[in-house]
Design a binder for this molecule. Sequence first.
Ligand code: 6PG
Length: 240
Amino acid sequence: MTREDLNIYFNPKRTAESFGDYLMMQAEDKEAFHCALSGGSTPKLLFDYLAQQYKFSPLWNKIHFYWGDERCVDPDDNESNYKMTKERLLSKVKIPEANIHRVYGENDPDGEAIRYGEELMDCVPVIGNKPVFDLIILGMGEDGHTASIFPHEVELLESENICEVATHPTSGQQRITLTGPVINTAHEVAFLVTGAGKKEKIAEIFRQTGDWQSYPAAHINPELGILQWFVDEAAASGLK
Ligand code: 6PG
């Protein structure tokens, strides 16, 4: 991974805003723009910015939102990534309901992993036997997880399934996650990572030192697509 993939901004807000402008620019020249979203703190800032800066954008008619991972909870549960996105963005812009493809967290997890995979195959352009997203937005946890692929379940990086049921290592909460091969098939993957708590992991991943190979985020590298990191100075401070 080269440092050219690394975009560094002053703070989380500037990181989210710069990425927000980038995202909308990517959607401009597409007939339809299929984008998988992430949960987490930086996406919250991203959604607030998009809702304010692009409130009346016509681009919402062609942007389709999916989730790279979702907690297996009801859509009105405070743990739901969909709920967070709806409160901060979807309820504030004119995006057609048909363009919002949420994971049914209220369903039985095993059945929903299959159903959501089928929905992705129906709605997202397919190459071979995988849905190919225009853009997948990912965060990274302090343990190096991404989407809901955690270090104790690295086999999800190689699963042949489109979605899998994952388990949070400490809470035991079940989640539906895209698998590694689907993420690595995307036209573009963008990590949104901010805060000093991530600096060690980012330094290890970019320098390929320490336990970097045990971090799921280190194994995200689209075969034919683009990988970019949008980070703030605190998260990048371990690279100085
Ligand atoms: C989730 C996210 C998860 C998140 C990381 C980073 O459902 O929680 O998809 O993968 O991106 O945990 O979260 P922070 O940015 O809040 O540290």
